[in-house]
Ligand binder design. Structure first.
Ligand code: ZN
Length: 297
């Protein structure tokens, strides 16, 4: 089954909720980036958060980026999502040499650091929100970010469960937010329900789905599931885009690369796709820049 996400409201619109299953997205990330177990978990959690937060985007052209910088060995993670369910991301270090016999927690891998949310709405200046990490476990860090940076009481749960061979067994998460003016009775009922909810990995492993997880939480809070959307790991890189990046580095550096006489291989950070440019390819790009330069003059 493809990954999907449900959007819901509860308690007469006082609460909004998003829940997603993201096993295929996380497994794709694991496969393309060759991540070791703890990195699969960290990146998988952030990709799941990206899926959920991407679905909150109101403007079709808006792009969301979530960046974590950490002092731990993983150094950082970056995920981007659009409003159409396309998610991609990578970790700065993919293999931390952790194994089932020598495990590492996500919080150890990330350590102290910061969380940055960039919302690029196509305007001159993107919106940038920032908060320090409180635990390095990602879900708690996002809860804190929402409280501090956007003043929205939020509950975030993210989980990735691995098979013994490091492949993804289960992955998913939810984000629940209180709208301004939610009455105390509703808040209390939600808090109680959340306190009785087990971890995301346990719920998914017990066969729960995004719908049934939300139904269980909102059993007394009049849940309304509004939409279901397919989400996927998708990178929009292409040879054309990489060529544009090569044009941008300029004549001097291109000439140098050509003089070295070797094929240049560029990897996409997001999906690890390799793009090879022979010296002939590079010479062609350089000639095109020079021709354009002459036309301008
Ligand atoms: Zn790519």
């Amino acid at each position: 089954m493809p990954d999907y996400l449900v959007k819901a409201t509860a308690a007469n619109g006082q609460i909004r909720a998003f829940a997603a299953s993201t096993k295929a997205i996380v497994e794709t990330a694991h496969t393309v980036h060759h991540t070791s177990p703890v990195v699969t978990q960290a990146l998988g959690r952030l990709l799941t958060a990206g899926s959920l937060m991407g679905s909150m985007i109101k403007n079709r052209d808006e792009l969301l980026t979530i960046k974590i910088n950490g002092e731990g060995p993983i150094r950082g993670l970056l995920v981007t999502a659009d409003s159409q369910g396309n998610i991609k991301g990578y970790s700065y270090v993919s293999d931390l040499k952790d194994t089932p016999d020598n495990p590492m927690t996500v919080s150890d891998a990330i350590d102290d650091g910061s969380l940055t949310i960039i919302k690029d709405m196509g305007l001159k200046e993107p919106y940038v929100g920032y908060s320090p990490l409180v635990s390095g476990e990602i879900a708690e860090d996002l809860t804190y970010y929402y409280a501090k940076s956007e003043q929205i009481p939020t509950s975030v749960s993210l989980g990735v469960l691995l098979n013994e061979d490091g492949s993804v067994k289960q992955a998913g998460g939810f984000i629940i937010q209180l709208m301004p003016g939610t009455d105390d009775e509703t808040i209390e009922a939600l808090e109680k329900a959340l306190a009785n909810t087990s971890s995301m990995t346990k719920l998914l492993d017990a066969g729960k789905t995004p719908e049934t997880i939300l139904k269980d939480i909102f059993v007394d809070l009049d849940l309304k599931i509004n939409t279901t959307e397919v989400i996927r790991f998708f990178c929009n890189c292409s040879r054309d885009r990489v060529t544009k990046a090569l044009i941008a580095i300029g004549e001097a550096e291109l000439s140098e690369m050509i003089a070295e006489g070797e094929t240049v291989e560029l990897n996409c950070d997001f999906c690890s796709e390799k793009y090879a440019f022979s010296t002939e390819d590079l010479a062609e790009i350089l000639a095109a820049i020079q021709k354009r330069g002459k036309e301008k003059r």
